[in-house]
Design a protein around this ligand. Structure first.
Ligand code: PLI
Length: 463
């Protein structure tokens, strides 16, 4: 018999959540324009919108917050953060930012020139938006399996070296400021990159004189997958694997709101002194002094401590295990999900879930709205709405049309996961009643945050 494992923490403080009624949820849905981003948190029962900034901090992190040194310059907490980054990530130069996109903004402005190409192992919304804003064109160089929800490839986030080589040969290395390498790949379903792939990519980039900037947002979770899946890695610690992963890169942007277990914060880190120096010039304009970059001293302390906690092997095994526990229940019930289950979320494959809803009717958005109506579980669309429009105004219509059930770290118990699974399975059984949506308000950039919708025929899914 397989012995069961429990959460590797005990609960010291609780936050009550509301169990809502169907009528309440109908009213809230209309007010929110059927966009889960626009729901009030108080109207949500189990919040799986994102794992970003939603983690529960440890007692050690909260204790660190009381040691905040709120000096305008040279706060001791900055040095604690710098040391944690140097220790765990291995980059010498660190600049705090208010969150990940602050770092993306700065690195894009420093490195990208008008007309450049930025290859990446699948786009991420804010990352690509900053690359385009700086004059770059994003080019997808992820392996084809990443776009196939059914592919069981263990490292679906890998870079396709053939695609990367083709781009370099076509446009020339001098038009490519860097390879944008995400670990794990959020938009592919939280899928990891292998060490072997990183080694090969790094060798190729070195040979061609290309820089690698890592989106290290969920790098610790990636390290766990390597430990679990890559031959010869099982006996290494995640901490050790992570250090090797990042040794193949020249710098990183980081959202502290994911793996580092804080509610706000991020940083830019680099091995290159001149990039660091340029970043210090920009950070003072947009974020704050290079020794706080938009964060309070206490925020930097919490992130420094979270960075050390995030690489704990037992924590990571439980964390990935909880996501897999939810995914396993859905698989057992025949619900189409992206496989293998990724690091931070279970992704429903909305195309297969709702084959009768065409992509122009936003099936993933409709499914997320239906899930909220059914049980008060809030998820996020990651499909046609998130992908947005090309510079010429046409929609991207991405191959992956998904609803993300994103699990905050150390927040919910497995019983919450059971409630989520019950609701998704119930919806799947009456899936043909879920119709699509029309978009009635569309903002020009990052539209998924604030777009509004109406159900086609006035009805989304009857209970
Ligand atoms: O939300 P930020 O600005 O701290 O980080 C931006 C960001 C960069 N890269 C990746 C892979 C992300 O997932 C990311 C933010 N993700 C969010 C908000 C999410 O819900 O997935």
């Amino acid at each position: 018999m397989q012995r069961r494992q429990a959460e590797p923490y005990k609960i010291k403080v609780v936050e009550p959540i509301a169990v809502t009624t169907p009528q309440h949820r109908r009213t809230a849905s209309v007010e929110a324009g059927f966009n889960t981003f626009l729901l009030r948190s108080q109207d949500v029962y189990i919040d799986l919108l994102t794992d970003s900034g939603t983690s529960a901090m440890s007692d050690n992190q909260w204790a660190g917050m009381m040691l905040g040194d709120e000096a305008y310059a040279g706060s001791r907490n900055f040095y604690a953060l710098q040391e944690a980054v140097q220790d765990i990530y291995g980059y010498p130069h660190v600049i705090p930012t208010h969150q990940g996109r602050g770092a993306e903004h700065i690195i894009s402005q420093i490195l990208i020139r008008q007309g450049d190409y930025v290859p990446g192992n699948m786009y991420f919304t804010t990352t690509r938006a900053h690359q385009e804003r700086a004059g770059g064109t994003f080019v997808d160089v992820v392996i084809p399996e990443a776009h196939d929800p059914r592919s069981g490839h263990p490292f679906k986030g890998n870079v396709d070296l053939g695609k990367l080589r083709e781009l370099v040969d076509r446009v020339g290395a001098d038009r490519i400021p860097y390879l944008s390498l995400a670990v794990t790949v959020n938009m592919a379903g939280g899928q990891p990159v292998s060490l072997e792939n990183m080694r090969q990519v790094s060798a190729f980039c070195r040979e061609r004189g290309l820089r690698i900037i890592c989106d290290a947002t969920r790098c610790a979770e990636n390290a766990y997958f390597i430990k679990e899946r890559e031959p010869g890695q099982a006996d290494r610690s995640c901490r050790d694997i992570l250090k090797e992963m990042l040794s193949y890169t020249d710098g990183c942007t980081m959202s502290g709101k994911k793996d580092p277990l804080v509610n706000i914060g991020g940083f830019l880190a680099t091995r290159e002194f001149d990039v660091y120096q340029k970043a210090t010039q920009l950070v003072v304009l947009f974020e704050g002094m290079p020794s706080y970059g938009g964060l309070a001293g206490r925020d930097m302390e919490a992130m420094a401590r979270g960075i050390r906690e995030m690489v704990d092997d037992d924590y990571l095994a439980w964390r990935i295990g909880q996501v897999r526990y939810l995914g396993g229940q859905l698989q057992e019930a025949g619900v189409p999900i992206v496989e293998p289950v990724g690091g931070h979320a279970v992704y429903l494959d909305a195309r297969s879930f709702l084959p009768h809803v065409e992509q122009a009717r936003y099936p993933a958005q409709a499914l997320a709205a239906a899930l909220y109506l059914d049980s008060g579980v809030r998820a996020m669309e990651r499909g046609n709405v998130s992908a947005g429009r090309r510079p010429d105004g046409t929609e991207y219509f991405p191959r992956l049309e998904m609803v993300r059930l994103t699990i905050p770290r150390r927040v919910y118990t497995d019983r919450h996961m059971d409630v989520v699974a019950d609701s998704v399975v119930a919806l799947y059984r009456r899936r043909e009643r879920i119709q699509g949506l029309t978009m009635v308000y569309e903002p020009p950039a990052l539209r998924f945050f604030t777009a509004r919708f109406e159900p086609i025929g006035g009805m989304l899914a009857e209970g």
